[in-house]
Design a protein around this ligand. Structure first.
Ligand SMILES: Nc1ncnc2c1ncn2[C@@H]1O[C@H](COP(=O)(O)OP(=O)(O)OP(=O)(O)O)[C@@H](O)[C@H]1O
Length: 674
């Protein structure tokens, strides 16, 4: 018998007309390597474990078989759930959902996006009838355990995108619980650029004899071929200047800059926005509210030239248009994270550039990268092009008290990210001059950070995996630091008599001026596993929501973390300029006092503002009432007996959308309706 030539195009795969139409419309014609290898066995119903470089087209490698396998099994009318796709982040879930909508447009199935950060009830009402769910693990589990009509008996397919991440410690509990709801004879597809090889993990998923796919072509190199990668050795004192200098000398580029903690991202993002580098600057971390997160990724995606400062929340899966540069300003926690971060550029057939900043103490990381077949050249620092912004930052942290606070937390969370990494050959807190780092952020002194090396025990450092899998390292600062009650700045309550919650709150308000933060192991605030979970699972329901106005809101002790940004009228006024801070560390105490005094003044002025606002609202009501009286007098006969329906332009009816097929296909209700 004549041997069939290997398929090269989607049209060689005997796909349904609906899928072909969707693919053609989206201009997908030729198969990529991973698609070529993964789609045929997946179409036959086999389990697949696929590993292929970043940007190589893994999303279609599971979406095409998913649509094909489900099309004859489920439909909008029967409303039964046929497939679940799990993603580690909300942004990636949305992206998968969008691709599914695009390619599945002509099928007669419905799909929902469940990512949290939305009203749970709204979501719950709409997911019971979906054929396909794209979800983050935490939120899906929440629905599974609470929505009685979400039935999984007919689930034919489970897909784990970024499978190694989904299977790691951070999601373990949720994923194990989700698996309990699913039939074991389902088909399972796993994809990632850094795939799990753990037999135990695969057994957890009850994989049937799976087809392993390592689709990196003939190349041994672990990163995309058209990616040029360099590293630069940068002193901790110069790092912020170097980031700034990079931005101002690449204004005609689109750049993603990775930092190791959300507080660093928030501080530098806000400070750079104020300092106007001449290119639009965005920032993204896990504590921003969901709407904002999606908006930022969307805006950055559309921009031609822009900068995005972010945590590892954006490291995996995001397919952002034409990113020229990835700058890893803080060393990634491991080689896998390096691969995912740098993979935000040079996607599909495009080229891209990656630059890694390493502190002198971190240079050993280069060897680890080289061992993993990552080609990395050395780039010397061009001192002529380095611009110092230290003075400008110092001006900002003096003028804006909240920025000062954020800068301090940036130092603390950065220190913590280093401390928590178990790879001590590279990440050694003892080798870092945090005073220099603090000064480079414009602070006058380093926040007090008491690291009791001797008292660290294994449990405190968590497991290696926990550290490895950390995403947004300051998602729950208090879960990791044991803030000594006695060191919390004086408040009206006695810390010793405070409840755990109050203590946490007080600790958050502690500003780390004179606050002794210890890396202690006897934290009582929950089991170790829970703490790790809390820290890692950024896509579980987040309570700590921060918005663009995060700085202002952080200072508001009474603010509800779940609230949308405060109306501008309630924002605290910027603090008046205080005297330049001295760089003498012994001044900590007096700065602390000054800080507390400013806080007091601020809260007084906020009270006054609130009173003013109340008076204004009262006046407004009074006027409205009066106007209404007048109107009723004139228009009463016309409106009598009619009920008017109000519609708002800001319809926020939840992220569940449908793949509109058949009659519904041109509906605009295709995506989450943010
Ligand atoms: N067959 C194809 N033809 C043309 N473009 C494609 C094809 N497959 C994928 N692409 C494009 O390639 C880009 C990368 O695809 P995708 O996001 O699926 O990569 P990935 O392998 O999942 O990357 P990562 O590991 O970073 O998640 C996307 O812009 C996608 O639209």
């Amino acid at each position: 018998m004549e041997k069939q030539p290997a398929p090269e195009r989607f049209s060689d795969l005997n796909l349904s007309p609906e899928t072909m139409k969707g693919l053609n419309n989206a201009k997908y014609y030729r198969l990529t390597d991973v698609q070529l290898q993964a789609i045929p066995p997946a179409l036959e119903g086999k389990d697949v474990v696929g590993c292929a470089k970043t940007g190589s087209g893994k999303t279609l490698a599971f979406i095409v078989p998913l649509l094909e396998r489900l099309q004859s099994r489920v439909s909008v009318e029967d409303g039964s759930l046929g497939a679940i796709v799990l993603s580690p982040t909300r942004e990636l879930a949305l992206q998968i959902f969008e691709t599914l909508n695009k390619v599945g447009k002509y099928h007669h199935m419905s799909a929902g996006l469940i990512t949290g950060g939305k009203d749970h009830k709204q979501e719950a009402e709409r997911i019971g009838m979906m054929n396909i769910l794209i979800a983050t693990p935490g939120r899906l589990l929440q629905h599974l355990s609470q929505v009685s009509d979400l039935r999984c008996d007919n689930v034919e397919m489970l897909v784990l995108d970024e499978a190694d991440r989904i299977l790691d410690m951070g999601f373990k509990k949720d994923v194990d619980a989700i698996l309990q709801y699913l039939p074991t004879d389902r088909q399972t597809l796993l994809f990632s650029a850094t795939q799990t090889r753990s037999v135990k993990d695969l057994a957890r998923l009850s994989l049937r004899r799976h087809v392993p796919i390592w689709a990196n072509g003939s190349s041994e190199v672990a990163t995309p071929q058209k990616l040029v990668q360099k590293y630069m050795v940068v002193d901790i004192a110069d790092k912020v200047d170097m980031i700034w200098s990079f931005i101002v000398s690449h204004k005609q580029s689109k750049t993603i800059i990775f930092l190791s903690s959300g507080k660093q991202v928030a501080f530098l993002g806000q400070a750079f926005q104020k300092l106007r580098p001449g290119v639009s600057t965005h920032y993204l971390h896990g504590k921003m509210n969901q709407k904002k997160r999606f908006q930022i990724v969307g805006n950055f995606s559309l921009a031609e030239h822009a900068v995005l400062l972010c945590t590892d929340i954006a490291a995996r899966g995001l397919d952002i248009n034409q990113v020229d540069w990835v700058l890893q300003a803080d060393c990634p926690e491991n080689v896998d994270t390096y691969i995912h971060r740098v993979g935000r550029t040079a996607r599909y057939k495009s080229g891209g550039k990656g630059l890694l900043f390493l502190l002198p103490s971190e240079v050993g990381f280069v060897e680890e990268l080289q061992k993993a077949n990552i080609p990395l050249g050395h780039a010397p620092v061009n001192a002529d092009r380095v611009q110092s912004i230290r003075k400008k930052l110092a001006g900002l942290v003096t003028e804006f008290k909240e920025l000062n606070h954020l800068a301090q937390r940036a130092v603390v969370t950065y220190a913590r990210s280093i401390h928590l990494n178990s790879n001590k050959a590279v990440f050694d807190l003892n080798k870092l001059d945090l005073t220099q780092y603090s000064l480079s952020l414009g602070l006058a002194v380093a926040p007090k950070l008491k690291v009791d090396g001797k008292r660290i025990d294994k449990n405190e450092i968590r497991s290696k995996e926990a550290v490895k899998n950390k995403f947004d390292s300051d998602d729950d600062e208090e879960a990791l630091f044991n803030v000594k009650p006695s060191s919390i700045p004086t408040t009206s309550s006695d810390p010793k008599t405070m409840g755990k919650k109050e203590l946490k709150k007080a600790a958050t308000r502690g500003h780390h001026f004179g606050t002794h933060i210890t890396f202690d192991s006897d934290d009582e605030s929950g089991s170790d596993e829970e703490k790790v979970k809390e820290e890692m699972d950024i896509d579980k329901e987040q309570s700590g929501v921060e918005s663009e106005e995060e700085v202002e809101r952080e200072s508001d002790e009474s603010s509800n973390a779940d609230d949308e940004p405060e109306p501008a009228s309630l924002k605290p006024l910027p603090i008046q300029k205080t005297k330049r801070q001295s760089s003498d560390p012994v001044e900590t105490k007096s700065i602390d006092d000054r800080f507390l005094r400013i806080r007091e003044e601020m809260s007084k002025s906020k009270e006054a503002m609130k009173e003013q606002e109340k008076a204004r609202v009262r006046e407004l009501h009074r006027k409205k009432k009066e106007q209404l009286k007048q109107k009723t007098k004139i228009k009463a006969p016309k409106t009598k007996g009619k009920v008017q329906l109000a519609s708002t332009s800001d319809d926020d009816s939840g992220p569940v959308g449908r793949i509109p097929f058949g009659a519904e296909s041109e509906s605009s209700d295709t995506l989450h309706d943010e």
